[in-house]
Design a binder for this molecule. Structure first.
Ligand SMILES: [Cu+2]
Length: 219
């Protein structure tokens, strides 16, 4: 079915080549409630063009457990990607992944994944366990042994999903010009607000205020 759609999209785009929609670069700066840059927000631009976007290819990513934190704290990964969890601490971690936010409350008890990783001995390789992300949606990571540990994986089938950097900035390439919806997701947001709208033009730079106010991280 998916292949069928991809083929249809390919045909549509080649047939439409002379009238091709221009692809633009969209630069977004996301702000927290206090006006400071919001780090690790995930922005998703969804063009309302009718042309089905081509889903990004799965990747192989690594999420470390290091000094009682998930590193990176937030990952944006295509559906089908494989994640290697690597425990670099000398003590054990017990990683649990559940649907994030309100959807986690309604999720089946067996939704998500759970794995245990032995602590790393000085002269040995770190323990590694792999998980394949089969469904789109945000996943919250935790550790049964250390309740302060939190992390997130935003699993997406969109080619236009990126997380913001330390300056709150996210850059999206090859976005079709025209009307689009803009989703902004953050791990510390309990309810995701309704998507905003934007018009993508050749040069699009937007500042996006949000109501998210992240807790201070330990130094
Ligand atoms: Cu742990």
């Amino acid at each position: 079915m998916t292949r069928h759609f991809a083929l249809a999209a390919l045909l549509a785009s080649s047939l439409m080549a002379p009238l091709a929609v221009h692809a633009a670069t969209v630069q977004l700066t996301v702000l927290a409630r206090d006006g400071q840059p919001l780090v690790d927000a995930v922005v998703v631009v969804e063009p309302i063009s009718g042309i089905a976007p081509v889903a990004p290819a799965p990747v192989h990513a690594t999420i470390q457990q290091l000094k009682m934190q998930f590193v990176p704290g937030t990952s944006v990964l295509p559906v089908g990607s494989r994640v290697s969890f690597v425990n670099l601490d000398s003590w054990d971690h017990h990683v649990r992944g559940v649907p994030a936010g309100l959807s986690g409350l309604n999720a089946a008890p067996d939704a998500g994944f759970e794995l245990r990783l032995d602590g790393k001995a000085t002269s040995k390789d770190a323990a590694v366990a792999d998980v394949t992300l089969t469904r789109a949606g945000a996943v919250q990571l935790g550790c049964h042994l250390h309740s302060s540990m939190r992390g997130f994986i935003f699993v997406t089938d969109s080619p236009w999903a990126v997380k913001t950097d330390a300056q709150g900035m996210a850059m999206l390439q090859d976005v079709p010009e025209g009307a689009a919806r803009l989703r902004v997701w953050h791990g510390e947001q309990i309810i995701e607000p309704a998507p905003g709208t934007l018009t993508v033009t050749r040069v699009t730079a937007l500042t996006v205020p949000t109501q998210v106010q992240p807790r201070r991280r330990r130094p």
